[in-house]
Design a protein around this ligand. Structure first.
Ligand code: CDP
Ligand code: MG
Length: 829
């Protein structure tokens, strides 16, 4: 087993490399502060290596000097005209009135819990108050504040905003860091990052040395952080922990931290009138009676099969149910089961057409002000946008500015959301629930709330993540409504009956209870805090023990943990890779077996998203375009590799645009895959798993069997057997469950698949269980690379990657494997 010291060293090296690259990128050569630029001290505040400065007096002098400089710069800004103007705005925020009280409370207590309406200034102001007051009192250079955000995009936009408020470029005193990306410099003392980044930091530094304040923002969405702090706090008496949220159950957190004080920042929001479906129907004159309207949530399905006919009948029943729900008294007579089915079908009922009708009503009849529409996901957003674009009023750019807001949008797009539209043009923002709490759009006066959010839920019993739109909580609904009252009194249209609202849960489940725990368990293991189960059971709302058992079982199966739940070599390497353990394993295997490039593309693709587009109205054309990349590989993963390589080629020839257009590919996604590839490859080079010499890493990249085998090694145990029956073909997973292929999988286009198995990355429950991307593999591959228990033959060869990592440097495994496979194929014939 690799000793931890080695792991630390590798991590340290990695960080050093990244920092160096960053410094290079920021081009910080000619800094005015000569003392700093000549003595190469680097990130004193945010990085640990204090030991390497034995001479404390020198260190202190440097710090003093930096602190002084920071104070001078801060004062200069505050006294400048722009600085004053900015200060006036900041003073108008509700948090400002509480500033002194908050600073005192933070100084006196190790942990405090702060609540306050969204927009009152928690995220942008509170960490900034600390920073300013530390700088003002001459301790600027020794303070180091971290503030976590639930999403990448909020970390980035908040850092941007706070630097602007301080009149500095991003990466000076304020910076951000999200997975594989960041802007921070040697003078950064306030860092906005995702919780994952803080977690990784904890991995390499159990005490968070050098950090003075940790803000955990939007704590209601939390992953696991609070558990980590319980044992850290006694060790770091000087560390301050501040938990913040707009919608939090303050008492729950306060109790968890031994009665930490709670502070509420009273907000000023203008009153917002809530209207429910019943009011909305009356207001718009929209009739919710016919089957057509029920089905118009972007779905014009043909009812082909028996099953669908049954569903259709059920939908008709649902219409009645909705109607009864509008009339509360009879709704209450329904059984809870009937109400559940309403919950399931509701998104279909509140069709796009209803949203369109509400938007038209606002544009025609209501006062000026921007509209924020909460949708469940990107797909819905883009379909609705297309529908609205075709509308005579809503699609008229002289009257309506239509923008979208979702997690995977580009930064340029993100800026549009905050922009002021020209006079007499109404801004309509279509957003996922990310606009609920983590970003603030100032000019919103109207909110349309569909009542659902697509969140990953986790079905521990079937060990399947589900991506279903589910009802939001009351807290979320209030929060959505609150978005309308920021500049003047507002209106909120909830597109569900009031009685349905009343049946909502008070708060949303924390993320810990909604996702499979594979990565998390691996990280806990490398934190060396003892047994995973025990550690997690100390969390505030611990996950089901079944979910924990599943995760541990999975990590053992892929060889990341041994029988005693200790990290194996493979596991240790996996903790260094910022990807899902499955994909991490695939990368490592690709490196070891000298077919790095294609595997790198596959892993990057699977971590970004599918670059193959599937427009609703051109599904067939898009499917055909994709299958052109398959070339009888029976593999979506290899189609991805070909598509990517084709794109690179087209780019060289200057025809990338046509290439994407012709092949239904998203240039943006391909670009993202491209940059992720670079970063993974960088990290792997740093861990020493791949060599600098690219030709050696790709000696065997052309070998299809091998690439297939590597895909299998990563995706196992995601396998399904291919069952041929006369004219039809079906797929069964190991636990005998039937699964279906996604419509745009290349494998869905074949009549037969000449492989007994398909390996797949993800199965998702959306009514029935679907598998997304799949690759056909042979028995021999599964035996050699799938792990034990595969197709009834004791395999075990590669179950533990451990042995391999130990000697891969001097043995040519790939050739061994190919020989072995040849013999096995003969044997199995
Ligand atoms: O965290 P919280 O929701 O309490 O508020 P915040 O994000 O700190 O934002 C405080 C105020 O700063 C908002 O009400 C906006 O007026 C303003 N702000 C902005 O103008 N631009 C941003 N990117 C973020 C905030
Ligand atoms: Mg905030």
């Amino acid at each position: 087993v690799i000793p931890l010291s080695l792991q630390r060293r590798v991590e340290g090296l990695l960080q050093e490399h990244l920092d160096r690259a960053q410094l290079k990128a920021e081009n910080v050569g000619g800094s005015a502060d000569d003392a700093m630029s000549t003595d190469q001290t680097g990130d004193i505040s945010l990085d640990e290596n204090k030991d390497s400065f034995p001479d404390h007096s020198v260190m202190e002098r440097i710090l003093q000097r930096r602190s002084l400089r920071m104070r001078n710069m801060q004062r200069a800004w505050q006294e400048s005209p722009e600085g004053r103007k900015m200060m006036d705005f900041r003073k108008s925020l509700p948090a400002f009135k509480e500033k002194e009280m908050l600073l005192q409370a933070i100084a006196r207590n190790q942990v405090i819990v702060i609540s306050g309406e969204t927009g009152c200034g928690k995220t942008t102001q509170l960490p900034q108050y600390i920073l300013e007051s530390e700088i003002e009192s001459g301790r600027g250079a020794s303070c180091s504040i971290i503030c976590t955000q639930p999403r990448r995009i909020s970390a980035m936009s908040v850092a941007d905003r706070v630097s602007a408020e301080r009149g500095e470029p991003l990466g000076e005193a304020v910076g951000y860091k999200v997975r594989l990306e960041g802007v921070k410099g040697k003078n950064t003392h306030l860092l906005f990052c995702t919780s994952g980044i803080l977690l990784r930091r904890l991995l390499s530094d159990h005490n968070l040395n050098g950090i003075t304040h940790v803000f955990v923002d939007e704590i209601h969405e939390r992953g696991m952080n609070e558990g980590n702090f319980l044992d850290l706090l006694p060790r770091r008496q000087d560390l301050r922990l501040i938990l913040m949220s707009a919608t939090l159950n303050a008492e729950l957190f306060s109790n968890y931290f031994g009665g930490a004080p709670t502070i509420h920042i009273p907000g000023f929001t203008y009153p917002v009138r809530a209207q429910f479906l019943e009011d909305v129907l009356e207001m718009t004159g929209y009739k919710l009676t016919s089957f057509n309207q029920i089905d118009d949530y972007g779905q014009e399905k043909m009812w082909k099969t028996q099953r669908q006919l049954v569903q259709r009948k059920r939908k008709n029943q649902i219409t009645t149910l909705v109607e009864d729900a509008l009339n509360k008294s009879s709704f209450e007579n329904y059984s809870s089961r009937a109400r559940d089915s309403l919950a399931h079908w509701m998104p279909d009922c509140i069709g796009f057409n209803l949203i369109e009708a509400v938007l038209c009503h606002i544009c025609r009849k209501e006062r000026p002000g921007a509209v924020l529409v909460f949708m469940t996901g990107w797909e819905d957003i883009s379909s609705l946008r297309d529908q609205l674009k075709a509308h005579p009023l809503l699609g008229d750019p002289n009257r309506v500015l239509l923008v979208t807001c979702h997690g995977s949008m580009a930064t340029s797009e993100q800026k549009l959301i905050f922009e002021k539209p020209p006079p007499n043009v109404r801004k309509i923002v279509l957003a996922t629930n990310m606009a609920e709490a983590s970003i603030t759009i100032n000019d919103i006066v109207f909110v349309v709330d569909c009542g659902k959010a697509k969140e990953t839920t986790y079905d521990a019993l079937n060990n399947t993540p589900c991506l279903l739109p589910s009802w939001i909580s009351k807290a979320s609904a209030r929060q959505r409504k609150g978005r309308a009252g920021r500049v003047q009194p507002g209106e909120c249209y909830h597109l569900y009956p009031r009685c349905v609202y009343e049946a909502f849960a008070e708060y949303q489940l924390p993320e810990l209870l909604r996702t499979p725990l594979n990565s998390l368990c691996l990280q806990i293991k490398s934190l060396q805090v003892g047994s995973i189960g025990e550690f997690l059971s100390a969390a505030l709302q611990p996950p089901e023990s079944l979910a924990v058992q599943n995760a541990i079982g999975f990590l053992k199966m892929i060889g990341a943990l041994d029988e005693k739940e200790n990290l194996t070599n493979l596991g240790t390497y996996l903790t260094m890779l910022p990807v899902d353990p499955k994909l991490g394993k695939m990368l490592i295997m690709g490196a070891i077996f000298h077919c790095f490039d294609p595997v790198l593309t596959i892993v990057s693709g699977l971590s970004v998203r599918d670059p193959f587009l599937l427009p609703q109205d051109k599904k067939d054309l898009a499917g055909t375009a994709k299958s052109r990349f398959s070339a009888k590989d029976y593999s979506d993963h290899m189609a991805l590799v070909r598509a990517y390589e084709g794109w690179k080629e087209a780019e060289r020839e200057g025809s990338a645009y046509e290439y994407c257009w012709r092949n239904f590919l998203s240039a943006q996604t391909l670009q993202a895959i491209h940059s992720l590839r670079k970063q993974f490859s960088f990290i792997l080079k740093d861990t020493g798993l791949v060599e600098e010499d690219a030709s050696n890493n790709n000696k065997l990249s052309h070998n299809q069997s091998l690439v297939r085998a590597i895909i299998c090694s990563g995706l196992y145990p995601g396998i399904a057997s291919v069952v041929h029956r006369e004219t039809s073909m079906s797929f069964k997973t190991m636990d005998d469950g039937q699964v279906f292929l996604y419509a745009n999988s290349v494998n869905a286009h074949y009549e037969t698949i000449p492989y007994p198995w398909l390996v797949f990355g993800e199965k998702v429950k959306v009514n029935t269980v679907f598998i997304r991307d799949s690759t056909g593999v042979s028995d021999s591959i599964l035996i050699l690379f799938g792990g034990a228990l595969a197709c009834g033959v004791q395999a075990g060869h590669l179950k533990m990657l451990d042995g391999y990592i130990d000697f891969f440097m001097d043995h040519n495994l790939a050739e061994c494997f190919l020989k072995l496979k040849e013999e096995l194929d003969k044997l199995l014939q």
